[in-house]
Structure formats: structure tokens, C-alpha cells
Design a protein around this ligand. Structure first.
Ligand SMILES: C[S@@+](CC[C@H](N)C(=O)[O-])C[C@H]1O[C@@H](n2cnc3c(N)ncnc32)[C@H](O)[C@@H]1O
Length: 269
């Protein structure tokens, strides 16, 4: 029993999400997060209406990776599905999700390795094995749409051993794994304590991200111009592979800003 409890607590304290994230949600989801949540909801509604007219309109199944307790998801959106399959390692998140949306038919898996990149020092065949797990899982739900719910930008925290190049190729492989279905991802691109010059949504052009130019164009310089601005790159720009990315700022806690990118596909017609 003790071991079960320790494992439960360990999983509720992962480097991404976890108890601190639930605290922030409790504190700010109705205030600081309100506009961001409305933007996510609007974007998901558009994605869904485009997807359902072109792809598998009878399926009505959704797989969510990294749901947490669904703080950025709405009942109206979730109720559109007959079944929602959730991949979420945090046990507290799964408990709260069920409580927050009792009307949804949930199915859970806690397996964080479905999105796991290549194990440390692994040979090429291990990389293939890691992705094979994801393919096998997806095959169990051939008609389900897939939502990466603000999770892909957390993976560098979860799996810090990866080089930028390996992580980029892993993201491209994840994108390839869902290419034949409707899929969507909103994810951290950058995060910073620097204040954005404008909170209005904008589009990042295709092509490599020039971080220096971005900082000059989009962030307020530090008072007195003293120390350089600290910006964390969540390494997810590779997921855009050559297409522009719709972006918005999310103030997750007072003074802490995340740049969130939105990508989606309605699936093959
Ligand atoms: C920033 S939170 C997501 C926010 C959430 N979508 C919402 O609506 O509030 C990131 C979530 O991803 C989960 N997560 C982290 N690594 C994961 C993995 N490898 N597979 C699936 N979920 C993961 C964390 O437990 C956490 O709940």
C-alpha cells in the first residue's frame, strides 16, 4: 500500500504539470487565463467543425495527450465526443478531470512513454521501438482524432537527455504518426519573464526561428537595458515543418509569459 502511495505522489510531481500546475489553475484559470482559454476553445471548435466535415464524421472519438484536468478545455467541446481517451501520467489530473467533466465517457492510460523520445545513448533501433509503441497505441483507435494538449513543449523537461536535433526529429516523427487523421496541437514555443510588447495573437512565419530578432521585435527590453532577456526555447518550432504558426501569449502566472503555437489538420478528405 505504501509503495502504491509513494508511486502516486511521485507521478503527481513530474517536471511538467503536477501539483504546482493545479495550484496555478485554481488560482488563475478564471482570471489571468480567461482570454487564453477562450482562444483555445474557439480554435478547437473551428478545428472540430472542419475535421468533422472532411474526416470520419461518424467516429466522434478523441485521444488527448497531456490533458491535465482539462483546464483549457470546455464541456461544449468535450461533449462532442462519444469517447475521450486520455494519456496523462499525473494521477491527480486524471481524478480531477473525471470530477470536472462527469458527463464525458473517459478512458485513461498513464503511459508517458507513448510520447517518449529515444532513450539516452540508444542505438537507432531503440528510436524506432519508442515510436512503435505510439503507432501500436494509435492503431487501437483507428477513427479517433488526436489532440496534443499543451504537452509537446513539456517533453524537453520530461526527457532532458535529448539534443535539439534528436528532439526535432522526434517531433517530426510524432507528426508523421498522426498524419492520416484529424490532429491538433497547441504547445509551448517559448517562455519568458520579459513582457510582450503586445498580447495580440500573431503568426510566426515559416522557416527557422530567429530568436534574437524575435526578442527585439516582440519583447519589451529590460529596464535600463542592463541584463539580457532570459527566454526559454521549448524546441517545438520543428513541429511546424515549413508552415506558419498561429501564436498567442498566455500569462500563466503574474509576469510569466508562454508563447503558445497552434497547429492542426482536419485529416485527409
Ligand atoms: C501544461 S500541462 C497541460 C495543460 C492541459 N492541457 C490543460 O488544459 O490545462 C502538461 C501536461 O502534460 C502531462 N504530460 C507530461 N509528460 C507527458 C507525456 N510524456 N505523455 C502524456 N502527458 C504528459 C503532464 O502530466 C501535464 O498534465
Amino acid at each position: 500500500m505504501l509503495f502504491v502511495m509513494i508511486d502516486w505522489i511521485r507521478r503527481a510531481l513530474p517536471p511538467s504539470g503536477g501539483i504546482f500546475y493545479h495550484y496555478l489553475a485554481m488560482r488563475f484559470s478564471r482570471t489571468l487565463w480567461r482570454d487564453f482559454r477562450a482562444e483555445v476553445d474557439h480554435w478547437l471548435t473551428n478545428w472540430l467543425s472542419n475535421s468533422l466535415t472532411t474526416w470520419s464524421p461518424h467516429a466522434h472519438e478523441l485521444i488527448i495527450f497531456g490533458s491535465s484536468a482539462g483546464y483549457s478545455l470546455s464541456t461544449t467541446f468535450l461533449e462532442k465526443f462519444n469517447r475521450v481517451i486520455v494519456v496523462e501520467p499525473d494521477p491527480l489530473a486524471r481524478l480531477l478531470l473525471r470530477r470536472r467533466f462527469p458527463q464525458v465517457w473517459w478512458e485513461f492510460t498513464a503511459d508517458r512513454n507513448l510520447l517518449a523520445p529515444i532513450p539516452e545513448n540508444a542505438p537507432g533501433s531503440a528510436s524506432k521501438r519508442a515510436l512503435d509503441q505510439l503507432h501500436t497505441f494509435l492503431k487501437r483507435y483507428p477513427d479517433a482524432a488526436v489532440l496534443f494538449s499543451n504537452v509537446l513543449g513539456q517533453l524537453p523537461l520530461e526527457f532532458p537527455h535529448l539534443s535539439d536535433e534528436l528532439f526535432a526529429s522526434h517531433l517530426i516523427a510524432i507528426r508523421a504518426a498522426v498524419k492520416d487523421r484529424a490532429w491538433a496541437s497547441y504547445h509551448d514555443l517559448l517562455s519568458t519573464w520579459a513582457k510582450p510588447k503586445s498580447m495580440a495573437p500573431f503568426e510566426l512565419p515559416s522557416g527557422p526561428l530567429d530568436l534574437e530578432a524575435f526578442i527585439r521585435a516582440r519583447l519589451e527590453p529590460p529596464p535600463g537595458g542592463a541584463s539580457p532577456l532570459e527566454v526559454t526555447d521549448h524546441q517545438t518550432h520543428a513541429l511546424s515543418i515549413g508552415e506558419p504558426t498561429a501564436c498567442t501569449w498566455w500569462e500563466i502566472a503574474p509576469g510569466r509569459y508562454h508563447l503558445i503555437g497552434f497547429l492542426c489538420s482536419p485529416g485527409p478528405s
